[in-house]
Write a protein that binds this ligand. Structure first.
Ligand code: NDP
Ligand code: 8X3
Length: 250
């Protein structure tokens, strides 16, 4: 039987990279996306022992690049069965009155508009085949707003609204759509948010944070349910976390 094909954005790090490894173990062919080409090449090299792997090197902020990269996929990879819209980050953690415009642009352009551009390129194949599964990586920040989270939380609330909209509009085509919403996961996320500042190291100290593999397991669980089961929305916290701001630390 032909392997399913998954396109994963943000596959160079954290949750996306762990998901690529998990899918490869389960014989899912991969289209791995990201801006850091060297990392994509290393991951491809490791995973192509198990499955077929295609690299797409583009910035999701660039509408033309994103759409033309996906439209240029060779035939063997062009029928995307599973789309994991994962690329995204927080940029900064500032009160609304001192927030940085560049950070705001980055979060809205990557987390929201980038997800839309990629989806725009992938969905027509799914509607034509009347099949497919889209998972958007939201966040606990899409369910509650925390101090100084303002625009990042806004971007993730938007991801959840868009997820619902996609599920409604794609319902006639039999396409599954859902969101996976993690709490604190120890990835490069905080290094990006704090732009390399040592503060990033403190974020996951003193408790057992989720690891990228924990979320990859859940993403694989979600895409391996029977055809009639769609996991529409899931919130996952580390045991030590009760909400965005309540974390039991040692
Ligand atoms: P990482 O920083 O480890 O990974 C982010 C990924 O997104 C990288 O592969 C990066 O690739 C990609 N990316 C970022 N900007 C762009 C861009 N402009 N164009 C293309 N790709 C881009 O963080 P995580 O793995 O933690 O984050 C993955 C997702 O999970 C994000 O949507 C994040 O918001 C969400 N999330 C994370 C949580 C956490 O606590 N870590 C909790 C809840 C949700 P490259 O730089 O090579 O382009
Ligand atoms: C990432 C989790 O709490 O840092 O979305 O916003 S948080």
């Amino acid at each position: 039987m032909k392997n399913r094909i998954a396109l994963i954005t943000g596959a160079t790090s954290g949750i996306g990279r762990a998901t690529a490894h998990k899918f490869a173990k389960h014989n899912i062919d991969l289209v791995i996306c990201g801006r850091r080409l060297d990392r994509l090449q290393t991951i491809k090299k490791a995973l192509e022992k198990e499955v077929n792997v295609q690299i797409l090197n583009f910035d999701v902020r660039n509408k033309k690049e994103a759409i033309s990269a996906i439209n240029s996929l060779p035939e063997a990879f062009s029928d995307i069965d599973i789309l994991i819209n994962n690329a995204g980050n927080a940029h900064g953690l500032d009160p609304i009155h001192t927030g940085d415009l560049e950070d705001w642009d980055a979060m809205m352009d990557i987390n929201v508009k980038g997800l839309l551009y990629v989806s725009k390129a992938v969905i027509p194949g799914m509607t034509a085949r009347q099949a497919g599964h889209i998972i958007n990586i939201g966040s606990s920040a899409g369910k509650e707003v925390y101090p100084n989270g303002n625009v990042y939380c806004g971007s993730k609330h938007a991801v959840l609204a868009i997820t619902e909209g996609m599920r409604i509009d794609l319902n006639p085509f039999g396409i599954k759509v859902g969101a996976i919403n993690p709490g604190l996961v120890e990835t490069e996320f905080s290094q990006v948010r704090f732009k390399g500042d040592a503060k990033a190291e403190q974020v996951y100290k003193g408790f057992n944070a989720l690891q990228a593999d924990d979320i990859a397991d859940i993403i694989y669980f979600t895409i391996s349910r029977p055809a009639h089961v769609n996991i529409a929305d899931m919130l996952i916290f580390p045991t030590a976390q009760a909400s965005s701001t309540i974390i039991k630390k040692d």
